[in-house]
Write a protein that binds this ligand. Structure first.
Ligand code: GTP
Ligand code: MG
Length: 679
């Protein structure tokens, strides 16, 4: 059964800390607190008590009023959930550690204000499609190569734990491991002493020489070698003869309550990853709590709060195998308060399933310009570079498997997806019912769906193009979570390997550079799918257990990288951004939340350099005062604290950003230039 482990930044902790930049007149009388008490209406989908003034449910967005025929819908849903007729159950029982959960966030909707967008039209502008990545002005020169450096980070020594201080970019040494247990090599001292590291083997001397050459070559230590000049070692490349399945990280996204967790749970059950015994347990427990219809979702929604509220709050990770892929399911939360958590999961994805609730009123709620997460999720995943999409039109049972309804959804959502930059040829549309098990892993058995002749969901997953991986580039692993075991003095960094590879072995000394602390650690062991593994390669979600580093120097939002290819750490950046339709304008001085891979920082817009034509990317105005919805521009932002970052042209995953404010994504963009790197 899948297990969820909370990790990642708790976004809610600092949610209120930011000054959003709105000027407050101190003499102004503070607004009076609302004292009028409104009566409430109970949402028939999620049972949340909404204020009577709300026209749709604040939790699930379902419209209040005649649009929704909930009584029929609910009866059907409750009747079907216990009818597990077509489950083919394998005896495989998957341990609770088969899945982990990324990024945690406490629920607190109180500080999320609803932003009323003015535009609800479907003709959204392209997100990043037309934004060209020009040659970054003032980009750092980094082409003098040291041929010996690659040998420097892999050695074959007996010491199990070695800590090496690296004085990178003028940072002082941060390694704090006890000296009696670890051999410390200070690269600067090794420079002075001609690389003398008496107690170390010759391989470690290589390391210090490599560091020395790097440092003496450039005023910016560690950035002297271009990533393009890196030569991978043989073990880093997957063997052609390998019969193992390609890993596919699959983000399940969509509006709240569309059935993402139910669909994921049902798939896992059908594919034998959740045993019948476990399923019975969920059914019993869910029924006892009056949440019978959530039995499948409980396989993914593990926390008491998630189960009680009937919503996913953090991303759950689970695994199953299809014919072609080892699929890593990233079941995301759909509620608007948890978009930052959804982002944490979706940034790791290679492809995505956008789950739509076909029932009357619910599809429309998801498409709502201000509250609908269907639109925001689609825009976000496209801006993360995901271009392969399955649209799972779920709950078809609630609309009598109507072809007309399915076609209407295709025409409305299809136009929107096109405007986000998805190509028609890369989007598959699958009508299904997770609860009634129609069209998930086999052709539909319900005659009402006989009009559909396309592939089932599992076949559609197998039709995804295999993701391209950067196996032969230097290691990059953005850290999305850190697991510490203080009793054993161990720390593990978890995340998806975006580039390169890493390995472990008792006879090997594998060094990695942990940013932003600029500390070198050794790799103790690796885990993939909660199982020890000798090698992790680009595309794998792994946990890297580290030695020789203080746990406080490993943090979510940081990056594990190759010691000779440290990634940048900066707070002053130039970006190309596109302000989303319906979003509030961005002004000079606007205070925003800046998100990049697994890091989040408060940011101030310091300059708006140019307004660009969002179709051609050409400059249409210099130094405008604001960027309106649907406009794109080049801006400079200054972050409160520096983040690990690269220019998009050099490393896509570390160069994609998006800006949020008041609980809403206002712009997506890319880093075009690092204006000033932290020293
Ligand atoms: P969040 O994670 O909170 O965004 O919700 P979710 O998208 O994961 O939805 P979840 O799986 O929790 O399901 C929400 C409700 O929809 C539950 O009551 C499910 O039983 C119901 N549901 C899911 N799939 C179907 C379906 O195919 N048909 C019907 N009728 N109901 C469904
Ligand atoms: Mg869910």
């Amino acid at each position: 059964m899948p297990r969820k482990v909370n990790y990642g930044p708790d976004y809610d902790d600092n949610y209120d800390e930011y000054d959003y930049g709105y000027e407050v007149d101190e003499n102004e009388t503070p607004p009076q607190k609302e004292t009028i008490k409104h009566s409430v209406w109970r949402c028939s989908i999620c049972t949340y008590d909404n204020d009577e003034t709300m026209s749709s449910c604040d939790i699930c967005g379902v419209l209040h009023g005649p649009l929704l025929n909930n009584s029929i819908y609910d009866k059907k849903r409750t009747a079907n959930i216990f009818d597990l007729k077509s489950s083919r159950v394998s005896s495989t029982v998957v341990g609770r550690d088969e899945a982990v959960k990324v990024s945690s966030m406490r629920s607190d909707s109180s500080n999320q204000s609803t932003e009323k967008g003015k535009h609800n039209r479907l003709d959204e502008i392209n997100i990043l499609k037309n934004i060209e990545v020009g040659p970054p002005a003032g980009s750092r020169t980094s082409d003098n190569c040291s041929a010996s450096v690659q040998e420097g980070w892999l050695g074959h020594v007996d010491e199990s734990s070695v800590a090496v201080n690296l004085r990178s970019r003028g940072k002082s040494s941060l390694s704090l491991m006890p000296k009696e247990r670890n051999v410390m090599v200070d690269d600067s001292s090794s420079s002075r002493n001609g690389g003398e590291a008496n107690s170390l083997t010759s391989n470690l001397e290589n390391i210090s020489f490599a560091a020395k050459s790097r440092h003496s070559n450039d005023a910016k230590p560690g950035r002297a070698i271009s990533r393009a000049q890196y030569k991978p070692e043989k073990w880093m490349l997957p063997e052609k003869a390998e019969h193992s399945l390609t890993q596919l990280n699959l983000a399940i996204v969509g509006h709240v309550d569309s059935g993402k967790s139910t669909l994921s749970g049902r798939l896992l059950h059908l594919l034998g990853r959740i045993s019948q015994k476990e399923m019975h347990k969920y059914e019993k427990e869910a029924k006892l709590q009056g949440k019978g219809s959530f039995a499948y979702a409980w396989a993914l929604d593990e926390s008491a709060e998630e189960r009680e509220r009937g919503i996913t709050m953090t991303v759950a990770v689970a695994y199953f195998d299809s014919k072609r892929y080892h699929v890593v399911v990233l079941d995301s939360p759909g509620h608007k308060d948890f978009v930052p958590n959804m982002i944490t999961g979706a940034t790791q994805a290679d492809a995505s399933i956008l789950v739509i609730d076909a029932s009357i009123g619910s599809f429309e709620a998801g498409m709502d310009g201000t509250k609908g997460q269907t639109r925001e999720h689609a825009q976000l995943i496209r801006s993360f570079g995901i271009d392969q999409l399955i649209v799972a039109v779920n709950k078809m049972d609630a609309v009598d498997y109507s072809k007309e309804r399915f076609d209407l959804i295709i025409s409305q959502l299809g136009a929107f997806l096109r405007s986000c930059g998805f190509k028609d040829s890369s989007v598959s549309w699958i009508p299904l019912s997770a609860v009634e098990n129609q069209n998930l892993v086999s052709a539909p058995s319900d005659f009402r769906l006989s009009w559909y002749l396309g592939p089932n969901l599992l076949d559609a997953i197998d039709s995804f193009q295999p993701p391209t991986r950067e196996f032969s580039k230097p290691l990059i692993m953005p850290i999305c979570d850190v697991i510490k075991s203080p009793s054993q003095g161990q720390v593990s960094a978890c995340g998806k390997l975006e580039a390169g590879a890493v390995r472990s072995g008792s006879k090997l000394l594998i060094l990695v550079l942990v940013m932003p602390s600029a500390t070198i650690a050794t790799v103790r062991s690796l885990e993939r799918d909660s199982q020890a593994c000798p090698i992790g390669r680009a595309g794998d979600n792994i946990a890297v257990s580290l030695n020789g580093i203080d746990g406080n120097h490993v943090m979510a939002g940081g990056v594990l990288c190759h010691p000779d290819f440290p990634i940048a750490f900066a707070k002053h950046l130039e970006l190309k951004v596109l302000v989303l339709d319906g979003a509030t304008p961005i002004l000079i001085g606007s205070q925003l939340e800046f998100h990049i891979h697994h890091a989040k920082e408060a940011a101030r817009v310091a300059r708006i350099s140019f307004l660009l034509d969002s179709k051609t990317g050409k400059v249409v105005k210099k130094a405008p005062r604001c960027i309106l919805a649907k406009q794109s521009a080049v801006v400079e932002v200054i972050l409160q604290e520096a983040v690990c970052v690269e220019e998009f042209s050099k490393c896509k995953v570390l160069g994609r950003v998006f800006l949020r404010t008041l609980g809403r994504t206002v712009a997506v963009g890319i880093v075009t230039r690092i204006v000033e790197e932290q020293q």
